[in-house]
Design a protein around this ligand. Structure first.
Ligand code: G4P
Length: 531
């Protein structure tokens, strides 16, 4: 039993978010290197040598250089068992990021020191705030010219609305980058520049206190003076470190470093693991579910088809919320109302999979999905039934009418469109009383249209024609007894159904929403749908 407790206690499950190119992939790889999960040193990802990061496995991601879907990685480090959830960097996929954050207990936000807070950091961060979890900041690329660190802190606080607590502080930047000062340990970790061995940058570090007489010699008198002034200012003016504020995402511990040159990554990992919580309790229909409770429970936060084109399979990703999972155990799929055996449970390392025998609260497992799971579904033990709170569906903001160009490919078109919609990558609708001849596709960000078209072509061999529609708003009709004939709407407003036959309205603007409400006072409209 104590083994079981300590297995859960040593779990740390977090998501990494960033604007594309801030260095999320590079940082993730350095983490994996420390954990011995990958053997390759140096820049694994490089356009020049055409190697791609382990987490960027999808073809479209490689082509566009952005992460479209999230992947999951697990490794051990210093007694901790770490689950990293990689998230799409592009704001058009912020719904996927949100679902991934549902599975995480904390988040790491990577910021480019030269660029500061970027548009997609803002949108992803807002999504992050919807969850009451700790948010850590890694200010990356200090080996390049960077913005003034005080300005960066101010920008994070003002634009993202979170207070900051710099755990370490940079000394210079770019060619003049000398290292960081650790405010807790009150010592300098010195950056001694690039080694040139085999073209791979190398870094040495020397630990030195602020009072050490050799400091001026080592970093130069000007840097020494600036550092002393900065630290005095910080100690006097910055927020106090308050773990309770950190736990609720109101104060973000900030670390400076350079993922590429491997500087500051290990100290960050160590402090981060100390501060980030073990698996958190989760709300359910029967109250809070404690992770240490001995009955297994989990929820589905992601579904991905065709991860491996050769196998044409579909994997449901589950976050274990309590107890221990053992291979072959019989569980209850609440939404399906059936007892099932989770077959081929896998732990994933991007494309590589490993069949596992057991997993604990905090872990993410992927199970083969014969088409029964939906996002947000609960898996629990048959003798204790409950449902976790669902994952809300974001209302799409862009719509297109979609047809297949070759009518003979209808079967593949229907299958591909349905599967991609079940993954939550798009939402699909149809006009009342029609089938799948023509589908209206709704997305949160327009890049999702491209991904949809690309995947239909590559995975299902279907070409489509998309015609953009001018609707911008969608509302679910919540009336239990709804008769479309009673509805009085403008010609700009469209009544559609989703594939569970729920009715919805598409609007071109807010004026039409108001009109519909005024003319149909009995109409109950909702902005979020339940998955
Ligand atoms: P992302 O996942 O957030 O999109 O970023 P990624 O790690 O792919 O990094 C984007 C670019 O920034 C890469 O260069 C990477 O090598 C570089 N980079 C990451 N961390 C650092 C750092 O600490 N210092 C410096 N100087 N550069 C860093 P690239 O040229 O766009 O790609 P590649 O050719 O190296 O693959």
């Amino acid at each position: 039993m104590s083994d079981y407790r300590s297995e859960i206690e040593r779990r740390r499950t977090f998501a990494i978010i960033s604007h594309p190119d801030a260095g999320k992939t590079t940082l993730t790889e350095k983490f994996l290197l420390y954990g011995g999960a990958i053997q390759l040193a140096g820049a694994v990802k490089g356009k020049k040598n055409a190697r791609h990061a382990v987490s960027d496995w999808m073809e479209i991601e490689k082509q566009r250089g952005i992460s479209v879907t999230s992947s999951v990685m697990q490794f051990n480090y210093e007694g901790f068992c770490i689950n990293i959830l990689d998230t799409p960097g592009h704001q058009d996929f912020s719904e996927d990021t949100y679902r991934t954050l549902m599975a995480a207990d904390s988040a790491v936000m990577v910021i480019d020191a030269a660029k500061g807070v970027e548009p997609q950091t803002r949108k992803l961060f807002k999504v992050c705030l919807l969850r009451d979890i700790p948010i850590f900041t890694f200010v990356n690329k200090m080996d390049r010219e960077a913005r003034n660190p005080f300005d960066l802190m101010e920008q994070i606080e003002q634009e993202l609305g979170i207070r900051t607590y710099p755990v370490n502080w940079p000394i210079g930047c770019g060619k003049e980058f000398k290292g960081v000062y650790d405010r807790h340990k009150r010592e300098i970790i010195s950056f001694l520049g690039d080694g040139a061995a085999n073209g791979v940058r190398q870094v040495e570090k020397v630990e030195l206190s602020l009072e050490d007489a050799r400091l001026g010699e080592m970093i130069g008198e000007i840097h020494r003076q600036t550092l002393v002034d900065d630290i005095e200012l910080l100690d006097g003016a910055s927020y106090d470190f308050d773990m309770e504020q950190v736990r609720h995402g109101r104060l973000s511990p900030v670390f400076f470093g350079s993922a590429l040159t491997n500087f500051g990554v290990e100290p960050f990992l160590e402090d981060f693991l100390r501060m980030t919580p073990p698996p958190l309790a989760r709300e359910s229909s029967i109250g809070v579910i404690d992770p240490f409770e001995d009955r297994f429970s989990a929820f589905v936060f992601k579904i991905q088809a065709n991860m491996n084109k050769a196998h044409r399979d579909r994997v449901a990703f589950m976050r274990i919320c309590s107890g221990r999972f053992q291979k072959g155990m019989e569980v209850l799929h609440m939404q399906g109302g059936k007892k099932i055996k989770l077959s081929q449970p896998q732990q994933l390392m991007a494309q590589d999979r490993e069949i596992i025998d057991e997993a604990y609260a905090g872990d993410i497992i992927g199970v083969f999905d014969p088409g029964v799971f939906s996002i947000g579904d609960t898996i629990c033990m048959p003798d204790k039934k409950f449902e976790f709170q669902g994952i809300p569906t974001f209302a799409p903001e862009h719509f297109a009418r979609v047809r297949q160009t070759d009518t003979l490919k209808r079967k593949q078109f229907v299958k591909g469109t349905m599967q991609i919609a079940q993954e939550g990558a798009i939402q699909i609708f149809h006009e009342p009383n029609t089938g799948m001849e023509e589908v209206i596709v709704g997305v949160v960000g327009t890049l999702q249209f491209d991904v949809f078209e690309y995947r239909l072509k590559n995975e299902y061999n279907v070409e489509i024609r998309q015609e953009g529609l001018s609707y911008q708003y969608l509302r679910w009709i919540e009336n239990e007894e709804f008769d479309p004939k009673q509805l009085d709407i403008t010609s700009d407003t469209k009544l559609v159904q989703d594939f569970r036959d729920r009715y919805l309205l598409l609007f071109t603007d807010e004026w039409n929403i108001r009109w519909a409400q005024e003319k149909n006072p009995w109409l109950k409209l909702a902005e979020f749908g339940r998955s």
